[in-house]
Write a protein that binds this ligand. Structure first.
Ligand code: OAD
Length: 277
């Protein structure tokens, strides 16, 4: 039997997919929390686990404000490598399933992502464009745009003033002169992502927590659920009496308390949950 033959035929898994779909179907409001695992099938490396980035790279040398002050070229070299890698990646079936869910429920489904790769945005545009082609009417992708609580890697932000913009192109980190500087104040630009020891954007975090609080269901996809405050999204929903559905390759600290825990690939399980709605 090949791996594919087995997909969808395990009776326990089939029942759990149906349970997950029933929770979502009955929910007035849904919040979704995604992590690096949802983009793994698109080719974006995760952070933890055997092949995770933090196995080969030290976060304190690459993803802290102190690291940037100490060696901005090294930090830019690493983010330049990740930008180039992500630029080659496309959304997968899991991103598209979530985009469809959010477009079906405008204003009633909020996607909160810890990912900085922008693939939820690309999927939202793809699904909206597909629906426009099918219906002939305007379909806005906006309801499927996520709250990016850890920022966006394709943007630059000033290390001193409030300037933020899309990065114009690759950064030459081979010399200090090649590093980008702020067009407003001249300070060094940095990637617009949250580093260890930094606070999340308060407005984005508040919107995420409001969505978690109001939701009847929190769907948690491809996150180790270890990094706070993002990891508190499902606990906020659960504290308000909502259900938690988890989709992950392996158990996490959340699995035991989840109402439905599905072990498997997001790209397989999310389209099946959506089909069962
Ligand atoms: P992690 O790398 O910690 O966890 C990824 C999770 O995805 C693991 O639990 C895997 O089992 C799961 N996974 C992998 N492939 C999957 C697949 N195909 N389908 C379903 N699940 C899969 O990534 P995050 O939880 O996102 O923060 O990490 C949280 C934060 O820690 C990141 O945003 C980043 C990192 O340090 C910052 O950079 C601020």
């Amino acid at each position: 039997m090949s791996e594919q033959d087995g997909e969808g035929t395990d009776p326990v898994e089939v029942r759990r997919v149906a349970d997950a779909a029933a929770h979502i179907r009955d929910a007035e409001r849904v919040v979704v929390l995604t992590g690096a695992g949802i983009s793994a099938e698109s080719g974006v490396p995760t952070f933890r686990g055997t092949a995770g980035l933090w196995k080969s790279f030290r976060p304190e040398e690459l993803a802290t404000p102190a690291a940037f002050v100490r060696d901005p070229r090294l930090v830019w070299e690493w983010y330049g490598w990740r930008r180039a890698l992500i630029a080659e990646c496309s959304p997968n079936a899991a991103h598209r399933a979530l985009a469809s869910l959010a477009l079906d429920r405008p204003g009633r489904c909020t996607i909160v992502t810890q990912n900085v790769d922008g693939l939820h945005h690309v999927a939202a545009r793809e699904v909206a464009t597909g629906r426009e082609a099918a219906t002939g009417g305007d379909v806005s992708p906006e309801p499927a745009f996520p709250l990016e609580v850890h920022g966006a890697i394709h943007r630059d932000r000033c290390s001193d003033c409030a300037f933020v913009d899309d990065a114009p192109g690759p950064v030459d980190a081979t010399s200090d002169l090649g590093l980008p500087s702020c067009p407003r104040c001249g300070a060094l630009l940095r990637p617009d992502v949250v580093w260890f020891g930094e606070a999340l954007d308060p407005n984005t975090l508040e919107a995420a927590m409001d969505a978690a609080h109001e939701a009847d269901v929190c769907l948690v996809v491809g996150t180790s659920a270890l990094v706070y405050p993002a990891a508190s999204v499902p606990t906020v929903t659960a504290a308000g009496g909502g259900a938690v559905i988890e989709v992950n390759l392996e158990p996490t600290p959340l699995s035991r308390s989840a109402n439905v825990s599905l072990l498997g690939r997001a790209g397989d399980l999310l389209p099946r949950i959506l089909e069962a709605l």
